[in-house]
Design a protein around this ligand. Sequence first.
Ligand SMILES: [Zn+2]
Length: 388
Amino acid sequence: MSLLITNIGSLVTNDPALGEGPLGLLADAAVVVDGERIAWVGPAAAAPAADERYDAAGRALLPGFVDSHAHLVFAGDRTAEFNARMSGQAYTAGGIRTTVAATRAATDAELDANVTRFLAEALRQGTTTVECKSGYGLTVADEARALRIAAAHTPETTYLGAHVVAPEFADDPAGYVDLVTGEMLDACAPHARWVDVFCERGAFDGDQARAVLTAGAKRGLTPRVHANQLSYGPGVQLAVELGAASADHCTHLTDEDVAALAGSGTVATLLPGAEFSTRAAYPNARRLLDAGATVALSTDCNPGSSFTTSMAFCVAVAVREMAMTPDEAVHAATEGGARALRRTDVGRVTPGGRADLLLLDAPSHVHLAYRPGVPLTAAVWRAGVRAL
Ligand SMILES: [Zn+2]
């Protein structure tokens, strides 16, 4: 069956060849979906016939959001920690261990139900692709279990055994790195596409991060790095050197870090939900964009430092607080996320691509920032199927 979506007031294609500017914007547009793919994009007046017709009534159509950084396999929550932090305490990496204890104690069904719930929540807000990390198990069995559960929902699974040092190894971090690069990797690699490490004081230093990423790469996992979130450090340079798909957070960057990202294929993934929820200074998106780096926006959805599944929220914050234009923020939340996952079939609305589409209850994508906190989802198609 083919579907003609017509009378689109404003269409974001993310293909400059199809329309105006970097977003490839088209007014009075139409899209034809055939099966799970986009078959045609162009002016509504020139659209070919299709089996079915959907009238967008002048509203804006975008690629579904690509959330390239999320931690969804966990149990429990950290309301008390958030409440304390908002009452004046500083965020440290150690709070992760609270979630580790709750996650280990949960059943497979409980963890799967949580992932299902968060993905449904994200979908209602227009997210059609989600990356999902392990990292709250920190034993061989619990990390492998997290990835098995995640892999049932998304192909974008990331082995993050090196989230923090497991509590059992508090006095032997080198022993934990040996486990992460050895037996745990063996158990997790079959269920993962990516390998990640939290390169930060209180988590893993540059040498440990390098060991984790190179071991993962040897097993066919492509690196991505939690880099330079809480302090300056070696994470970004390591990500670029190892050809990581993405350096995530990028909150504390030297000029050398910015230059390295701009001169590389490594995407700078900014996670404003983390700064919002820890009341910290935001990363400087303007500096990265002006240097020529590719920027992605993601939720970093996790119970400790950014418990949001809303890409629209991240777009609004990035525009208001990180000096991104609405066009740049929407690009980063769609095409940027796709690049961070090295995907060319999502994050854009182009012939041959996957028909992942978000129709807004608004005439323009700018409303995502202009109308913060307002549920603007009118309809969502995922792989050509109406999901909402
Ligand atoms: Zn993260």
